[in-house]
Design a protein around this ligand. Structure first.
Ligand code: HEM
Length: 509
């Protein structure tokens, strides 16, 4: 068990206090429906009071005003949902009413304006989501052959990481692993979608992927440009972030489009080479989804983007916490050695024997809550939650962090303790793991959750099997992070050492 006061509500230097009041709240008892005294400033509303960690501000406000309350951000009324009960009541019991996305200008910049992820609820959106889901499943879990190829791709990518990390650690050097993880995560998605990967040294690819790191700054809750559109009309830091957002989306979309066009030209309906082919087949040659061919590149862009940022971020947190808590790293090494041995690499079949590793990963997801607030939702019709009436087309923020740090649900939520997920026999307790909210729930729930769990498990297992990691003792380790759609650790430096023999690369099937 490890206590950390640098992270969480207590004592972080990067947490600023909220100083205002929400406009309306459901009351701490969950029964009050009256509007509170408005304290929203004209023009900016409550925006300046969100602080640098809005999810923590939102959770603090919930203690005072109830789990469901309304604030004003610029020219938008925003309802904030906190806590397991209110969030599940909204997203599961009233799933359709909460399945919308706001018509933010930034959302229209994504995936050539045809993003599934950032589009409002409609019949067309449903067809689009179904196609994305079916194609993902077909290439990652449904049939034995593609499942094996997918797992081998991840393992091969993990071994590329091992080699890069060992190279950067020669002569006892320390390196920042962030960028290698973004390349590795993007490569897993490129292998799925295009049947190819890129070398870590490929500068063009590296630079494009690096820019994607900034994507979440604009689409995360609390981003200002969408609620204060007038910020676009004169030079200011928010406008620069937005301009940068526009150009990174254009560049990434044109990279994907290029690959999809090549696929279209060589398409053969009898051979589905990869996910781009599967999506071309569904949209252009399938039944009547009602989607035009431009939706193919949009779907591929959505999937690569979603799979890249999230996976690379969680891998950074995993490495950071492994070096922060060396005793947990040693325990994981010992377990992997016992179950897997030195002569082969870990595989997904080892998962049930490596419950402590899964518990460690679940605790990373809970403790960091690295997608603290989901992508903003909006209401598709009038609805009432915990007594608060919410009109159609209201923006809704869903605070996942508040679920994962609720002291009524978790004992000592500010303590990093993987063992909380194990039962008395050392097996993973599914009831407890199901309590972690990181993939959201309801109609907008993440469609990549299964892929993500396999990928994170294999990356971590292979890295630990091959290497031990330590941090630079001359630089204090901090768990401070930057806020956006994902919480990213600030720069940190580690060194890797080979533990046994370097095993051969597995070539993807
Ligand atoms: C640990 C990794 C991941 C986490 C924590 C995560 C989390 C999330 C969250 C919180 C959302 C927003 C849900 C909402 O707005 O209520 C989301 C949406 C989405 N995710 Fe993931 N995700 C992960 C990995 C992936 C991967 C690997 C893929 C694809 C291969 C993916 C594809 C998507 C898509 C397409 C959506 C949009 C769904 C929609 O709007 O209907 N995600 N994810």
């Amino acid at each position: 068990m490890a206590v950390d006061s640098e992270f969480g509500v207590k004592g972080s230097s990067i947490i600023r206090e909220w100083s205002g009041q929400p406009v309306c709240g459901s009351g701490t008892s969950g029964s009050r429906k009256d509007c509170l005294d408005p304290f929203a400033w004209p023009v900016v509303g409550n925006a300046m009071q969100l602080g640098q960690m809005p999810h923590i501000t939102f959770a603090k406000l919930a203690k005072k005003y109830g789990n469901v309350y309304q604030i004003r951000l610029g020219c938008s009324d925003v309802v904030v949902l906190n806590g397991d009960r209110a969030i599940r009541e909204a997203l599961v019991q009233h799933s359709t009413e909460f399945a919308g996305r706001p018509n933010f200008v930034s959302f229209q910049m994504v995936s050539g304006g045809r993003s599934m992820t950032f589009t409002n609820y409609s019949k067309q959106w449903k067809a689009h989501r179904k196609i994305a889901q079916t194609s993902l499943r077909a290439f990652s879990s449904v049939n034995c052959q593609t499942k094996k190829a997918f797992e081998q791709n991840i393992t091969a990518e993990a071994m590329e990481l091992v080699q890069a990390f060992l190279r950067y650690s020669t002569d006892g050097r320390y390196f920042n692993p962030a960028h290698e993880f973004t390349v590795a995560a993007a490569n897993v998605m490129c292998a799925l979608c295009f049947g190819r990967r890129y070398r870590h040294e490929d500068l063009e690819f590296r630079n494009m992927i690096k820019k994607l790191d900034k994507f979440g700054e604009t689409v995360g809750a609390g981003s200002l440009v969408d609620v204060m559109p007038w910020l676009q009309s004169f030079p200011n830091p928010v406008r620069s972030v937005y301009e940068n957002f526009k150009s990174l989306n254009e560049e990434f979309f044109s990279f994907v489009k290029d690959k999809v066009v090549q696929h279209r030209e060589s398409f053969n309906p009898d051979v589905t080479r990869d996910m781009s082919d599967a999506i071309i087949n569904e949209i252009e040659h399938g039944g009547n989804s009602g989607l035009t061919k431009e939706f193919v590149e949009a779907t591929v862009t959505d999937l690569i983007g979603a799979g890249q940022d999230t996976i690379s971020t969680i891998m950074q947190w995993i490495l950071l916490l492994l070096v922060k808590y060396p005793e947990m790293q040693a325990k994981l090494h010992e377990l992997i050695d016992k179950v897997v041995g030195q002569d082969r690499l870990p595989s997904i079949e080892d998962r049930s024997s490596l419950a402590y590793l899964d518990a460690f990963i679940y605790e990373i997801m809970r403790f960091t809550s690295f997608v603290p607030v989901t992508i903003p939702h909006s209401t598709t019709s009038d609805v009432t939650i915990e007594g608060l009436h919410i009109p159609k087309d209201t923006v809704v923020f869903i605070n996942q962090w508040s679920v994962n740090h609720d002291p009524l649900k978790w004992k000592d939520p500010h303590i990093f303790n993987p063992a909380r997920f194990l039962d008395e026999n050392g097996a993973l307790d599914k009831d407890i793991t199901n309590g972690v909210m990181i993939f959201s729930t309801g109609k907008r729930r993440c469609i990549g959750d299964q892929i993500a769990k396999v990928e994170v498990f294999l990356f971590t297992a292979v890295l630990l099997h091959q290497c031990s990691f330590e941090s630079d003792p001359s630089v204090p380790l901090s768990l401070d992070c930057s806020f956006g759609l994902t919480l990213k650790p600030l720069q940190f430096y580690v060194s890797a050492k080979l533990r046994g023999k370097l095993l051969g690369l597995v070539s993807p099937a």
